[in-house]
Design a protein around this ligand. Sequence first.
Ligand SMILES: [Zn+2]
Ligand SMILES: [Zn+2]
Ligand SMILES: [Zn+2]
Length: 186
Amino acid sequence: MNQETTNSIMEPHLESIPLEDREFYSPLGNFEWHLLQSDDDIGDYSIYLDDHVTRIRRTNLEAFFAERRERNQLREQKGLQAEKPAKGHWFCVYEVTGDSDDKPCTMCLKTDHFQGLCPYRHYVSKDAKIGPGGVLVCKCCREEGGHYGTDWIACVTDNICMICRNAGEHGTEECPKKRQSTDGGQ
Ligand SMILES: [Zn+2]
Ligand SMILES: [Zn+2]
Ligand SMILES: [Zn+2]
């Protein structure tokens, strides 16, 4: 490994972030240096390498790394080497703690965000429990239910109700209108 590559991967001093950005981001989260590899889906997580710092929710960063782990596993299963981290990037990571009074996200059923910000929109493991507001799709081609076998990455998109056209709160089977008409018929 040449000197330049080593330098780009080692965590630099915090002072390498321009003062302006450091002052802007420090009240908004914790600075963390993370390595990126060339097949990471950085666009989907709004990570722009031209920016000195990317602000990201902890849950989305966790999804980002979980997605990479699965990509690396899939490569290994095919006898390919996992991509090596190519460069590093500064993140400003912030946590959102749930309030038990909040309505749970209808996609992942956690309470620290509403479904518009659900990390499952970026990545979900294929065996995760998905709430009524979401439907599992292939991240690449958006095919509902994904594909045969394991060689694809899953994420979740809005479950659109075919009865009331509601997006993201319930599926067709759980539609309150359907329930009403069923109750009325008894
Ligand atoms: Zn969620
Ligand atoms: Zn696909
Ligand atoms: Zn409905």
